[in-house]
Each structure stands twice: as structure tokens, then as C-alpha cells.
Design a protein around this ligand. Structure first.
Ligand SMILES: [Zn+2]
Length: 251
């Protein structure tokens, strides 16, 4: 995790905001499970500076990937440059079981939740999260890790498939597996766009309405797909859509 509770100072800190003391000199605990944590610097293991549980037994947050740390840190640092914020919190406790990746309160009164998704997730889990955030009056933005959900590599069995996508192999831009209907549903809720993160950039991708599922793979062609790097992370719209509260970036 990027944040932890400082037992000596009785306050939460995170590695992005940094410290005006040596974090190694203090006792830290997990903001979710309360277990002891240690501060680990990049120079020791090559990963982004972070907090690690002493014992890995139960906490969900011990198995977090480097990519997830990177995404959260990026959004936490970048979002305030483009929006008028009153308060920010990295790894925000919603309740005893749920931590929102990045939280902001805006000066105009809206509260924003940003979720960074690297691993696969079911639609049920998505809905559950959205219901929890809705109760907290949060307008939510989901950002998916590009390389974990999309690929530009053609598949080996492309040649076997008799379709226009195969004949025009160079049109094949990306695919995601049929199990990722989550992406399609998020696309529908978010006014026909999905946000993806890749190398310190956020892309908005619009998929065509005509999708084709072949051998469990959902295809779309380059000509129909609009991938756009966002000019900023400025929020331009707050909507209530399909029973969820969502926020959209200006584009
Ligand atoms: Zn923990």
C-alpha cells in the first residue's frame, strides 16, 4: 500500500505526499486490517516506495501489484492539477472492509472516487462497489490498466477464422476476452467510453456498437475504435446513470 497509519504520531501518511521525518524510525499499521507494517523503499527491492505487512496472512492489500501502486500514485498526484480540490486521500477507508483507491472532495461540493483496476473483476463485484459508493454520495470514475485488459497482439488462430477482421489483420487493434463483459457494461454506463491507464497517460476509448465474438474473443477493428489520450484530468460532468453516480472527464 502507499499509505499507512503512523502509530507514534496517530496520523495517516502516504508515500506520494512524503514525510518530513524518516519513516523507518516510526511504527506503522495497516489502515484496513490494523496489522503492523514496514516501510519499504525502492532502493531495497526496486518497487515503488510502499508499506508492507510484516505478516502476509489475511490482508487483501498485501497482494497488490506494482502496477496498481503506480496507477493510484499517478491519479492522486495528477488529478489535483486539473480540478479545484478541497481534500484528498489516497487509499480512503470507506468502511472496515472497503478501501477506495483515490478520494477527492471538490470545492463545488462533489466528492469523487477513483478506482484503478488491474486485475479481472466480475460485474457483481463492480455493482457491489458502486452501491457502497452511492451510499457515500461518491461520483465514481473507473480506470482500467490498458495492458491488462487490452492487447494489440494478433492472436495465433486469427488465420483460421473466416471474417473480415482476419482478412484485414492489420485492422485488428485490440481485443478483450468475452469474460470481460465488465468493460462493455462500464462502456454503456459511462456514455460510451471507458478510461484506460498506460505509462502515465489516461486514454478514453469508445468501442463500436457492432462487436463480434469469435471463439470467446471479442473483436473490434481499428477503423471503428476511437482511442483518445485525454488532454487533461478535468472533470466536466457528474451524472446519475442506471442508478449509479458517475463522473466523466472533459474530452
Ligand atoms: Zn492490512
Amino acid at each position: 500500500m502507499l499509505s499507512a497509519f503512523n502509530q507514534n504520531l496517530q496520523k495517516k501518511f502516504n508515500v506520494i505526499d512524503g514525510f518530513d521525518f524518516d519513516p523507518h524510525d516510526y511504527s506503522w499499521s495497516c489502515i484496513l486490517c490494523g496489522d503492523k507494517m514496514s516501510y519499504v523503499t525502492k532502493s531495497i527491492n526496486g518497487r515503488i516506495d510502499h508499506f508492507r505487512h510484516y505478516s502476509t496472512k489475511n490482508c487483501n492489500y498485501e497482494q497488490e501489484s506494482e502496477t496498481h501502486l503506480e496507477m493510484k500514485g499517478y491519479l492522486y498526484e495528477e488529478f489535483p492539477k486539473w480540478n479545484d480540490i478541497k481534500l484528498k486521500d489516497l487509499e480512503h477507508n470507506i468502511d472496515k472492509q472497503v478501501i477506495l483507491d483515490v478520494y477527492f472532495e471538490l470545492n463545488d461540493g462533489y466528492t469523487i472516487g477513483i478506482e484503478c483496476q488491474v486485475s479481472k473483476m466480475s460485474w457483481g463485484e463492480f455493482e457491489k462497489r458502486m452501491r457502497i459508493y452511492d451510499e457515500k454520495n461518491l461520483f465514481v470514475i473507473w480506470i482500467f490498466h490498458y495492458d491488462s485488459f487490452l492487447s494489440t497482439q494478433p492472436l495465433s488462430f486469427d488465420y483460421e477464422i473466416n471474417s473480415k477482421y482476419v482478412y484485414n489483420e492489420h485492422f485488428l487493434n485490440a481485443y478483450f476476452s468475452k469474460s470481460d463483459t465488465l468493460i462493455q457494461q462500464v462502456h454503456d454506463i459511462y456514455n460510451n467510453r471507458v478510461y484506460f491507464y498506460r505509462n502515465n497517460k489516461i486514454f478514453s476509448i469508445s468501442f463500436p456498437t457492432e462487436l463480434e465474438i469469435i471463439k470467446n474473443v471479442l473483436y473490434f477493428s481499428r477503423g471503428l475504435t476511437v482511442e483518445k489520450e485525454l488532454p487533461s484530468l478535468n472533470i466536466s460532468e457528474f451524472l446519475q446513470k442506471s442508478g449509479y453516480k458517475i463522473a466523466l472527464f472533459n474530452q
